[in-house]
Design a protein around this ligand. Structure first.
Ligand SMILES: Cc1ncc(COP(=O)(O)O)c(C=O)c1O
Length: 381
């Protein structure tokens, strides 16, 4: 029977970076492996099990294994960015293959799918995030190879029911891949809910300090699909540097503390401003008024994440003025770091954005919540 000793809690695995020490010096923190190439034995074999660092690097091992353990996955694979990790799932398909992706999702990946992958032969179609019926009917009609979901989804934090989407994927023979960046492996485990692949922009919560661009995929099965994706990484060359992999493992050692504090701060801020007259909407899945609240409560545990958006009753200019007056929040793109960030999202996304012009996206960090609330109050004037 499994005991706590065999299966430590996620917090323990994260804090200890899996708790491995090296044989040689018994150091608590793993070394950084900078070698690009590995020696062959006289008989031509590779006794170290590695050949060349575009295929793999020992500095990935601990970070990949920690993410796999946190996601309850068979394996995980690091990439040079979240975009590269997401793209690898689609680059493993063949021209003519169909894929269903949500209308509302991380805009740069949606743009890549529609403006790069689609013209090169993938039949990309969109479904409405908030309608499982739309997903089901399009999946039945198109028989996609991949169904992509993002939950909570940028920048309105729409929630998709992962277990229900997994059922649709199974019925129609699709791979279900989930961008779970905002939920982190601590709040939601998509593979346990029936998904096949989970993606994180590790740039965000996993690393958590705004100093590494990285991505990761984790898989429920080490199968042919996974080996194709491994080929895409190695042959395409979208590999992470060993120093970045080391920094990522270092960042993940405090993942549980950072995520818990971000969730706590975000909930307090959302509740504080929920009925504020300057805001037409406070979009946070933890609020009962959020349309995805019931599903989020089922598939997220330990919190609703650190991401929220506010919509200003005064419209676009009021949103820009609000962002301009913030002092504690930094005006910058990205999310999931220890410092709180704010951005007028539509102007970052540019022409063709689906983001409402009156929306400001807030990534809530781990600062004192009183300072964050006071900052929002003073910015509202
Ligand atoms: C939800 C989500 N997915 C994917 C990405 C892409 O990740 P990266 O910037 O690491 O390429 C981002 C980046 O902002 C994101 O917010």
């Amino acid at each position: 029977m499994a005991t706590d000793r065999d299966a430590p809690h996620p917090e323990t695995m994260a804090a200890q970076g899996l708790g491995r020490v090296t044989e040689t010096f018994r150091e608590i923190v793993p070394p950084i492996h900078t070698s690009t190439t590995y020696e062959r034995a006289e008989d031509g074999t590779y006794p170290g099990g590695r050949v060349y660092s575009r295929a793999d690097n020992p500095s990935y091992d601990q970070a990949e294994q920690l993410i796999a353990r946190l996601e309850n996955a068979k394996a995980a694979m690091l990439f040079s960015s979240g975009q590269a990790a997401s793209g690898a799932v689609f680059n493993a398909l063949m021209p003519g293959d169909a894929a269903l992706v949500p209308r509302n999702m991380y805009w740069a990946f949606r743009k890549w799918l529609l403006e790069f992958a689609k013209p090169r032969g993938l039949a990309i179609d969109l479904y409405e995030n908030t309608s499982l019926d739309d997903l089901a009917s399009k999946a039945r009609a198109l028989k996609p190879r991949v169904i992509w979901i993002e939950t909570p989804a940028n920048p309105t934090w729409d929630i998709t029911d992962i277990a229900a989407a997994a059922q649709i994927a199974r019925e129609t023979g699709a791979t279900l891949a989930v961008d779970s960046t905002v939920a982190t492996p601590l709040l939601t485990r998509p593979l346990d809910l029936g998904a096949d692949i989970v993606m994180h922009s590790a740039t965000k919560y996993l690393n958590g300090h705004s100093d590494v661009i990285a991505g990761v995929l984790a898989t429920a099965a080490d199968d042919e699909r996974w080996q194709k994706i491994r080929y895409v990484r190695g042959a395409g060359g979208a590999v992470l540097g060993p120093f970045e992999a080391w920094l990522l493992l270092r960042g993940m050692r405090t993942l549980h503390l950072r995520v818990a504090r971000a969730c706590e701060n975000a909930m307090a801020i959302a509740k504080h401003f929920e009925l504020h007259p300057a805001f037409s909407h406070v979009l946070y899945p933890g609020l009962a008024l959020h349309p995805g609240h019931a599903v989020a409560s089922r598939q997220m545990s330990g919190g609703y994440g650190g991401m929220m958006s506010v919509r200003l009753r005064g419209g676009e200019q009021a949103a820009k003025d609000f962002a301009a007056r913030l002092r504690v929040f930094k005006r910058a793109t990205s999310l999931g770091s220890v410092e709180s960030l704010a951005e007028h999202r539509a102007s970052v996304e540019g022409p063709g954005t689906l983001c409402p012009a009156d929306l400001v996206r807030l990534s809530i960090g781990v600062e004192h919540v009183g300072d964050l609330i006071a900052d929002i109050e003073q910015a509202l004037g």
